[in-house]
Ligand binder design. Structure first.
Ligand SMILES: C[S@@+](CC[C@H](N)C(=O)[O-])C[C@H]1O[C@@H](n2cnc3c(N)ncnc32)[C@H](O)[C@@H]1O
Length: 222
């Protein structure tokens, strides 16, 4: 298995943020709500949702459309991404249920609430120290919070990563293909994530490889 090559944490470059925002993630992100529904024990989310590393809000918008009774706090360290997320929610008429906070995780500025769901999508592979995500989950998720973290998982070699980029992102702009490649190399394996959770005292959470490139972490903190 090739070792991990970390990438920069924040996506604070305006051009990079815009390219990410303009990308068509309907495949992976469209399926995200479905994967959540299959694992979430309740029928609906009635309460607060925390989204760590919300970026420009593509996944957040899908959750807001799917769960009209929920309200959302989106946290990101990149001002460029948050500006795009705010604009997206205004366009979609969802701003009234959104609260955006600029904070570099881990941060005391992440609002505490009685969260029904603490989620994160594609943040983990950006973190130089993955422990900051698990500490934040522990601090902000209560006994009644459902934790749902989705991310990429690292392929066994650079050649395999390149094959995945060529197959799955053909037709996307070069900058996005490069981002995808870098992200695959920066991602953790399911085994590494299992070890991170055990070290963080989060052994009750399940780790699940859902397809060739994605891994989910989900459950309730014991
Ligand atoms: C690949 S994007 C994912 C965005 C969104 N969740 C989605 O799935 O479309 C990762 C986001 O995490 C943010 N990020 C990375 N490290 C962070 C940190 N330590 N604190 C806060 N945000 C961070 C980046 O700025 C970026 O917006």
């Amino acid at each position: 298995m090739m070792p991990r090559t970390p990438e920069p944490e924040l996506m604070d470059d305006a051009a990079q943020a815009q390219a990410y925002d303009a990308a068509d993630f309907s495949g992976a992100h469209g399926r995200r709500v479905e994967l959540f529904r299959e694992r979430y024990p309740e029928k609906d989310i009635d309460g607060a949702v925390l989204d760590l590393g919300c970026g420009s809000g593509d996944v957040l918008e899908r959750f807001a459309q799917a769960f009209p009774a929920a309200r959302f706090t989106g946290v990101d360290g990149a001002a460029a991404m948050l500006a795009l997320a705010q604009r997206r929610m205004e366009k979609a008429g969802l701003s009234a249920r959104m609260n955006f906070v600029r904070a570099l995780i881990p941060s005391p500025d992440i609002p505490a609430d009685d969260y029904a769901v603490v989620m994160s999508h594609s943040l983990l592979h950006h973190l130089h120290d993955p422990g900051v995500l698990w500490r934040t989950v522990k601090e902000r998720a209560g006994a009644n919070s459902f934790v749902f973290i989705a991310d990429l998982r690292r392929p066994e070699s650079e050649a395999r990563a390149q094959e995945l980029v060529d197959t799955l992102s053909a037709g996307e702009p070069e900058v996005l293909q490069q981002d995808f490649y870098n992200s695959l190399l920066a991602a953790f394996t399911a085994e590494e994530i299992r070890a991170q959770l055990d070290a963080a005292g989060l052994s009750s959470l399940a780790v699940e490889e859902v397809d060739e490139i994605h891994v989910l972490v989900h459950g309730v903190i014991a």
